[in-house]
Design a protein around this ligand. Structure first.
Ligand code: FES
Length: 105
């Protein structure tokens, strides 16, 4: 499964949260506690971009109804969201953030 280059590490360090679209994927990149995370950008409750939310430690909080998701596991921590986010493998190559995206989607 190939890694896809999605963003510059320097850029993400400045913005902390960003949504990147690659093919049919809409990925949230998050930089917190010195680590880059990649998860689905769309909240599992309704249509809200988590890139418009806020970071709280290793969690991202949805801007619409406030559910928090653990960026390490994708787990939905509060209602109303019940379903977890999908997490993607991240590789850093110099200033480049690469994410492993499954092909069949
Ligand atoms: S849309 Fe995210 S918690 Fe409702």
């Amino acid at each position: 499964m190939p890694y896809t280059t999605l963003a510059s590490l320097k850029d993400l360090k400045t913005r902390r949260l960003m949504c990147v679209i690659s093919g049919t994927y809409r990925i949230l990149l998050a930089y917190t506690n010195g680590t880059v995370f990649a998860v689905d950008d769309m909240c599992t409750h309704e249509d809200a971009s988590l890139s418009k939310g806020s970071l709280h430690g290793n969690c991202v909080k949805c801007p619409l109804h406030g559910s928090r998701f653990d960026l390490l596991t994708g787990t939905a921590l509060d209602e109303p969201a019940e379903d977890n986010l999908h997490c993607y493998e991240v590789k850093i190559d110099g200033d480049t953030i690469q994410v492993k995206l499954p092909l069949s989607r």
